[in-house]
Write a protein that binds this ligand. Sequence first.
Ligand code: K1U
Ligand code: ZN
Length: 172
Amino acid sequence: MTMLDIINVPDPLLKTLSEPVEKVDDTLRQLMDNMLDTMYGAPGIGLAAIQVGVARRVIVLDVEGDDETKKPLYFVNPEVVWESPEISVYNEGCLSVPDHYAEVERPASVKIKYLDYDGKAQEQQVDGLLSTCIQHEIDHLDGIVFIDYLSRLKRNMIIKKVQKATKDTVVL
Ligand code: K1U
Ligand code: ZN
């Protein structure tokens, strides 16, 4: 099991526009496996490669929330090709903004196209928490963190608190 370091705001890497993957090969699958270990260990329900410092368009997810029934999902070069006009609101969190949550509005349902773990092209319509989480992770690939949807005042307050908490953390 390989645990990667997750970067926190205001690390400028989180503002990076990630590059498309050219080929789904064993090196990329190794990265996705390590990202999944890192996500489960955090714990979290999603992770984008840029959160572990890799500027490639790769995300992993598991929104099952039950240790017994793991359902890992891998998305390479994910693209939203359709958004529902209906909006949903979810109190989002982020492993790069530890211990802070805020309500974010997003399309309730989206259709995405992507390459799967084997590099096969897929298209899927998603809703509920999976839709929210995929959109949150695709935002990461475009350099957007959920606190970017908040007012500048709220965003800056959260960033300062995360910086302070990171400084105060003693690594044994
Ligand atoms: O940092 C990330 O991008 C992962 C993030 C995903 C996410 C959560 C909620 C709404 C949108 C996107 C997280 O996983 S935060 C942690 C979390 O939600 C969670 C942790 C343990 C159990 C259940 C949920
Ligand atoms: Zn996040």
